[in-house]
Design a binder for this molecule. Sequence first.
Ligand code: ZN
Length: 253
Amino acid sequence: MQDLDKLINRAAELLRQADSAVALTGAGHSTPSGIPDFRSPESGLWTQVDPLAVASLFAFRLRPQGFYDWIRPLARVMLEAQPNPGHHALAQLEKAGLLRSVITQNIDGLHQRAGSLRVHEVHGHMREATCIHCYRVVPAESLIEEFLAEGQVPRCTCGGVMKPNVILFGEQLPLNILTAARQDTMACDLMLVIGSSLTVEPVSDLPLMALGHGAKLIIVNYQPTHLDERADVLIHADLADVVPRIADAAINS
Ligand code: ZN
């Protein structure tokens, strides 16, 4: 336990010393909020269907009902999920001027709901949906609620299918957001990787980019990552417990 305290204090010290710190968060950051990692085979969302067969852009265009049936349990959980103490801690760090931005692979919007202002959602989000026919963009919440109640594929007034603004398999990541994430990475002198096993490209390359120009690295994740050996501080523990303690120590000492 004393070792964990030491690691937390060291992480807080690095945050205080940094001129520009950036957090990179993955699915593990939202699992304490009850949201399963839908890319992980353990989530249960893989057991009945192969996500590549329903959650790819090709499959969506071919058979949107298959995608919507698959995402239905996840959408319900996401609508009801609340930010966890890790989300709140990152928002507090930003407010205190100790964190420049959050780069996230998550599509649940929980960082913003916790109060984070500068968030790069490289895999998109569920707040809006776009018509795949006329490209009209609309707020998604009422569409999703209606879909959850009735199970019908949401449609635009033009008759086209509405697609949530999440990035599907086989779809390009949004270039402007990825560019902003890379710029913050290039400008940072400290990166905190939280709740990501760094297996999904191209986001998994960002910590290497940061290390490449001399930034320090903090990793908080249950599972090992391929960069564990290069981390200045490595914590394999519950992020909802550890990240608030790091933030508290960084802000209040
Ligand atoms: Zn339309």
